[in-house]
Design a protein around this ligand. Structure first.
Ligand code: PEP
Ligand code: CO
Length: 479
C-alpha cells in the first residue's frame, strides 16, 4: 500500500497485466447465489439490506487493482523463496479500536517484526495486516442460549452488537456501512503514516512502543537496529547518497472473506483491466468453515483477480484441496493461491506432508504460509488470580513456535518453500497467550485479557517469535 507510488493516471506505471485477470466465462459477481452459503447472517429487513448494498456499490473502492497486482507478483516471488510474508493482526477488529493509538501500535509491531526478519532472513518482507476490514467472524453456532433465551450469535461489528438483547443481536445492515467507513479511516491513517516517513528504515526509533525499553528482548532488538543502521550508512556512503527505497515500505490489508453481500458490493471492473477485482481489501482469505470447494465462498473467489488465502487444517482432504486450488486458479498463476496451514503443533507432523505432496504431485502453483495460531487454541482454568476456576481460551507460545519450526522442517524435507507466517498479534501489552520470554502463566491471563475472540500474542511475544524465526531460519542457518 505504497500510496506514494500510485500513479495519478493508472496507465502510466502499472505492472504488466497478470496472466489471469479475466474472470471465467461461467462466473458473475452473483453466481455464488446458486451455491450453498454458510455463515451468512439473516437480515430480517431485506429492503434495508438492499438499500445499504446499493449505497456501498457506489462508494469508492478501498484499494486499487494495481496494488492488488503488485501484491500477487510479490507472492509469486515469495513462493520461490525470494521474499518472506509477514501477515498479522487481531483475530477481529472492533469499531471502538479505530483510534490513532491502536492503529499506530499495530503498524509498529509489524514494522519491528519485519525489521527483525529482514535482518535474519536477508529477504524482502511482504507486510500484510489483518486490518482495515477484519470486522466479521465465523461462528460455530448460529444462536447462543443464556438462561433459556436463544438469540443470534454475535458475528462481529460488521453484523450485529455483542450485548445479549434481541435488538443488539439482530443483524443490522447499516453496520456494513460503518465497517466500510472504519476500514477507510484506518487505511487513510496508515497510508498517511507510511507516506510521511513513519516507516523510514533510517528512523526505526519512530516505531518504539512505550514498553520496549522494559522488555527482556530490548537489547537484542537494539543490536539489530544498530546493525541495520550501520549497513545502511555503509551502503549510502558507497552509493553517495540516501537510498530512497529504504525510506518507505509497502503495507497491504487483508480480512476474512465472509459476508458475501458486502464483498460483492465492493467487487468491481476497472478501466483498462480485464476481469473483476474485490476492492474491499488486497488479500481476502477463505476461512476453514467456508472452504468447501462446492460452496458459495469458493465460487465467489473463483472469479475475482485478487490473490486468495485458503485456510487448511487437519480435516482438509487432499482431493478436495486440489479441487479448490484448481477452481481458484485454472491457469496455475503463481502468487494467486496462498494455502494457510493451521494444524496445531501436535497435528502438523502427521497432517501437512501428505497435503504438500499431493499439491506438488499435481503440479499446482501455491504459496505455503503457516498459521501457528488457530490449531493451538486451548481452554485452561487458572487456579489463582481474578479468574480462578473459570475457563479461559489461550495459546501456549511454545506450541506456536513448535508449529512454525515444524512447518519449516516439513517444507525443507519436501523441497517446497515456506513463504511466510500468519499470526494473531497485537501491538499492546495484553496477557492472552502464555509463555514467551516473560514466562506468562495461566494465572497471569486475567491481568490484561482484552480479546473478545481468539487470544493474541502480545507485543513482546510477537517480537520474540520474529527473533526466533530469524535466528533459526535466517540465511546463516543451515537449510
Ligand atoms: C481466523 O483466522 O481468525 C479464523 C477464524 O481462522 P480459521 O478459519 O483458520 O479457523
Ligand atoms: Co482467530
Amino acid at each position: 500500500m505504497n500510496s506514494g507510488s500510485i500513479p495519478s493516471s493508472p496507465s502510466a506505471t502499472q505492472p504488466a497485466a497478470a496472466s489471469h485477470t479475466g474472470a471465467p466465462a461461467d462466473w458473475t459477481p452473483s453466481s455464488w447465489r446458486n451455491r450453498p452459503s454458510v455463515q451468512q447472517p439473516h437480515y430480517p429487513d431485506s429492503a434495508a439490506l438492499a438499500r445499504t448494498l446499493g449505497e456501498l456499490s457506489h462508494l469508492p473502492p478501498l484499494v486499487t487493482s494495481y496494488e492488488i497486482e503488485g501484491l500477487k507478483t510479490a507472492f509469486a516471488e515469495a513462493s520461490r523463496g525470494e521474499r518472506f510474508i509477514l501477515w498479522g493482526g487481531d483475530c477481529a477488529e472492533n469499531f471502538a479500536d479505530c483510534t490513532s493509538a491502536a492503529i499506530a501500535a499495530r503498524l509498529k509491531i509489524l514494522l519491528q517484526m519485519s525489521l527483525v526478519l529482514v535482518h535474519g532472513t536477508r529477504k524482502r518482507i511482504v507486510r500484510i495486516g489483518r486490518f482495515a476490514g477484519q470486522y466479521a467472524k465465523p461462528r460455530s453456532a448460529m444462536t447462543e442460549t443464556r438462561d433459556g433465551v436463544e438469540l443470534p450469535s454475535f458475528r462481529g461489528d460488521n453484523v450485529n452488537r455483542p450485548d445479549f438483547t434481541a435488538a443488539a443481536r439482530t443483524p443490522d445492515p447499516t453496520l456494513l456501512l460503518r465497517g466500510y467507513e472504519r476500514s477507510a479511516l484506518t487505511l487513510n491513517f496508515i497510508r498517511a503514516l507510511v507516506d510521511g516517513g513513519f516507516a523510514d528504515l533510517h528512523h526505526p526509533e519512530n516505531w518504539d512502543l512505550d514498553f520496549v525499553k522494559h522488555s527482556p528482548l530490548a537489547a537484542e532488538y537494539q543490536r539489530m537496529v544498530d546493525s541495520i543502521g550501520e549497513s545502511l550508512r555503509f551502503m549510502e556512503s558507497l552509493a553517495g547518497g540516501a537510498i530512497l527505497a529504504m525510506q518507505r515500505v509497502d503495507f497491504y490489508t487483508s480480512h476474512e472473506l465472509l459476508l458475501l453481500e458486502y464483498e460483492s458490493a465492493l467487487t468491481r471492473q476497472v478501466p483498462r483491466r480485464e476481469g473483476w477485482f474485490n476492492l474491499s481489501t488486497h488479500l481476502p482469505w477463505v476461512g476453514l468453515r467456508t472452504s468447501d470447494p462446492d460452496g458459495a465462498h469458493i465460487e465467489f473467489c473463483r472469479g475475482i483477480a485478487n490473490p486468495i488465502g485458503v485456510k487448511v487444517g487437519p480435516d482438509t482432504h487432499a482431493e478436495s484441496l486440489l479441487r479448490t486450488i484448481r477452481a481458484l486458479n485454472a491457469s496455475n498463476e503463481p502468487g494467486r493461491v496462498l494455502l494457510v496451514t493451521r494444524f496445531g503443533a501436535h497435528q502438523i507432523g502427521p497432517g501437512l506432508p501428505r497435503l504438500v505432496r499431493a499439491v506438488k504431485e499435481a503440479g499446482l502453483a501455491v504459496v505455503w504460509v503457516c498459521d501457528p495460531m488457530h490449531g493451538n487454541t486451548e481452554t485452561v482454568v487458572p487456579s489463582s488470580g481474578a479468574w480462578a476456576g473459570k475457563s479461559v481460551k489461550t495459546r501456549k507460545f511454545a506450541h506456536v513456535l513448535a508449529e512454525v519450526e515444524q512447518a519449516f522442517e516439513i517444507h525443507r524435507n519436501e523441497c517446497t518453500v515456506l513463504a511466510g507466517v500468519h499470526i494473531e498479534l497485537t501491538g499492546e501489552d495484553v496477557t492472552e497467550c502464555t509463555g514467551g520470554a516473560r514466562g506468562l502463566t495461566d494465572d497471569d491471563l486475567s491481568r490484561a485479557y482484552r480479546s473478545s475472540v481468539d487470544p493474541r500474542l502480545n507485543y513482546e511475544q510477537a517480537l520474540e517469535l520474529a527473533m526466533l524465526i530469524s535466528r533459526r531460519h535466517g540465511s546463516g542457518a543451515s537449510r
